[in-house]
Design a protein around this ligand. Structure first.
Ligand code: F6R
Length: 615
């Protein structure tokens, strides 16, 4: 939800800002803008409606020179996605300029007060209120003779009047060496360079320049100059932060010859899974050191809290934990969990699954778990992301950066991680013997190679997408471990090709949706070898009897299924527990090639953002 970037140092800011925005565009792409302090000491702003490409075109001549600047790529919340509402926003005197990611919840009352005191607004955004608040505080401080730089203190005072969520980068015309950052519930990191420093919403934006970063905490304001960084809380307490070393490599944030990040990330899955397993398989055992310190002996229920794709991974996690650790598991969509009355107490283990680590509702789930005294474990892909703050343990996917807005490799690595956790829980509770764990561990070791085999079928899926991609209604059906795959397959198709698709438990189709089936409909059946194989086959028969077209994902060697489906996509045999990792891959390809057939923007689907930092 909006990407922000800032620079202060000896180099021209604009190329650095634009490169950073390019790497943050996955966070929003309704409009984009930059501001720099030009050599005459004036703030110059350039903003455009639409994708970053338009801004790049507008700045073809390189834009104004300047060594202090900030940039923004927007996912609209308040106000239409047009040029006026695009960030950066400035105060009345064009002395202070800023970019913002988040929502100012009390903006209406703040704006009313500011209007009454003579401030003039040009946009419909909540963000513009911040520029005027800072202006007001700045004027007061200047009048009182506050020593320069004044902006950090003005920001601190202004933000105390704000309710909501923010990550902010700001600078002032009169303080040419000072960049100010602040955060509350929206991510912001500081990149540490040699004689230069950076602000950004996410690591890929600064990776080209530095591998040393600091993650800001909620309620902090940072002052960046070319020489250094100082962090204080809103109350003014000085904070010390150890820099962290960024281990992702730059190539992983580039397309590497693929037409889209989506396709690249689908093909990266063998490596990503290998990375997730790295250091976590010890001989025949699972070794999850990240949560080894937690005493789970009193845990009597598990609550998995997540959104979207991550919640589907959670459904697989539930089945595995119930199977191996014999604990009751509830999976909640975070936006519902936070407003319900969930049964969570000191004996509950709350598992928060979020690739970005920044999903607002999932973060609220963490707070609720903390309030109720539960033990919380965060699963995330992003180092130092908000979910890691406050959780009793954090386990990283280690999947490398996922740039495409929709999740692919983070989904399969979530599945692998939840499988490891379920095994570990089962062992800790004394319910799995060594041989049982060893059998799964052995299969996990072979998983990357098996994923590689499924990836070889891309061309077949491409052809099938060409044949069926123009249909209007798609159902994805599966039972038990096949059901989350059906949900995720349908979501992928909806997200990137805007085709109507529904994921259903196969047995549930006849309780309503079957009425929609006719010869036009396509039903994707997830039917690998499993305890429910025959049941799904019966459901396929029901579908065929309504003349719908059937496409099936099945296990190699299953010839029976060929007579029941127009096309069959085979996955190698594996343990049933691991079939979701393999079965989703044909569906990822199908969604991709349908999207290409339909001319959709795969990496940046309309209306979506990778990191959903608002409710
Ligand atoms: C789907 C997708 C979303 C996310 C959801 C949660 O491709 O990416 O459904 O899964 O927004 O995001 P995280 O996992 O970052 O909490």
């Amino acid at each position: 939800m909006c990407g922000i970037v800032g620079y202060v140092g000896p180099r021209f800011a604009i190329p650095i800002l634009l490169d950073g925005l390019r790497r943050l565009e996955y966070r929003g792409y309704d409009s984009a803008g930059i501001a720099v302090l030009n050599p005459a000491g004036e703030i110059e702003v350039e903003k455009t409606e639409g994708k970053l490409k338009k801004l790049l075109e507008a700045l073809q001549d390189g834009g104004p020179p300047g060594f202090l600047g900030l940039g923004h790529t927007r996912w609209a919340t308040h106000g239409l996605p047009n040029e006026v509402n695009a960030h950066p926003h400035a105060d009345c005197q064009r002395r202070i300029v800023l970019v913002h990611n988040g929502i100012v919840e009390n903006y209406a009352s703040l704006r009313e007060g500011l209007l009454a005191r003579g401030h003039k607004f040009v946009s419909q955004t909540d963000t513009e209120v911040l520029a005027h608040l800072f202006e007001e505080e700045y004027d007061t401080l200047a009048k009182d003779g506050y020593g320069v730089p004044i902006l950090p203190e003005a920001v601190r005072r202004g933000l105390k009047r704000v309710r909501g969520a923010y990550a902010i980068a700001a600078f002032c015309r009169d303080e040419p060496q000072v960049l100010v950052g602040a955060r509350l519930f929206s991510p912001l990191i500081i990149g540490l360079g040699q004689g230069e420093n950076y602000l950004a919403s996410d690591i890929p934006a600064i990776m080209r320049h530095t591998r040393r970063a600091m993650v800001m905490d909620d309620g902090e304001v940072a002052v960046l100059t070319p020489e250094g960084v100082a962090i204080r809380t809103l109350e003014g307490e000085e904070m010390h932060r150890e820099p962290l070393q960024i281990t992702w490599n730059l190539e992983s944030a580039e397309k590497g010859g693929y037409p889209h990040f989506y396709l690249k990330e689908v093909h990266e899955q063998p490596q990503a899974i290998e990375n997730t397993l790295r250091g976590r398989l010890d001989g025949n055992r699972v070794s999850l050191s990240e949560w080894a310190h937690l005493d789970l002996s009193e845990v009597n229920r598990v609550s998995i809290v997540a959104c979207g794709t991550s919640s589907y991974a959670g459904l697989v996690g539930k089945l595995l934990i119930e199977r191996w650790a014999q604990l009751p598991v509830e999976v909640s969509v975070a936006s519902e969990f936070r407003y319900g009355a969930p049964i969570v107490d000191e004996r509950t283990l709350v598992v928060l699954v979020t690739q970005s680590g920044e999903t607002a509702d999932t973060l609220a789930g963490l707070r609720l778990a903390q309030e109720k005294g539960a033990t919380s474990v965060a699963l995330t892909n992003v180092m130092g992301s908000s979910i890691t703050r406050g959780a009793d343990a954090t386990i990283y996917f280690q999947a490398g950066p996922e740039i495409c807005v929709v999740a692919t490799k983070t989904y399969t690595t979530e599945l692998v991680l939840l499988c490891l956790m379920a095994l570990d829980l089962g062992r800790r509770r004394g319910l799995l013997c060594e041989a049982e764990v060893a059998e799964v561990v052995e299969e996990l070791r072979q998983l990357p190679a098996k994923v590689e085999l499924v990836l070889k079928d891309e061309d077949v899926l491409k052809e099938v997408a060409r044949q069926y991609g123009h249909r209007r209604t798609f159902f994805f059906i599966g039972r038990n471990l096949g059901y989350p795959t059906a949900l995720e397959g349908a979501l992928k198709l909806k997200e990137i090709s805007y085709v109507h698709a529904e994921g259903y438990p196969a047995g549930e189709l006849k309780h309503g949706p079957i009425a929609m089936l006719d010869e036009e409909a396509v039903v994707f059946a997830i039917v690998p070898q499993s305890d429910t194989y025959e049941k799904v086959v019966s459901n396929i028969q029901e579908v065929r009897a309504r003349r719908a077209q059937v496409l099936a994902v099945a296990t190699e060697g299953d010839e029976e299924i060929q007579a029941l489906a127009e096309e069959v996509f085979y996955i190698p045999p594996t343990l049933e527990a691991l079939t979701p990792v393999l079965a989703i891959i044909p569906l990822q390809f199908f969604a991709y090639h349908v999207a290409i057939e339909r001319g959709c923007d795969v990496d940046q689907p309309r209306n979506l953002a990778k990191s959903v930092t608002v409710e």
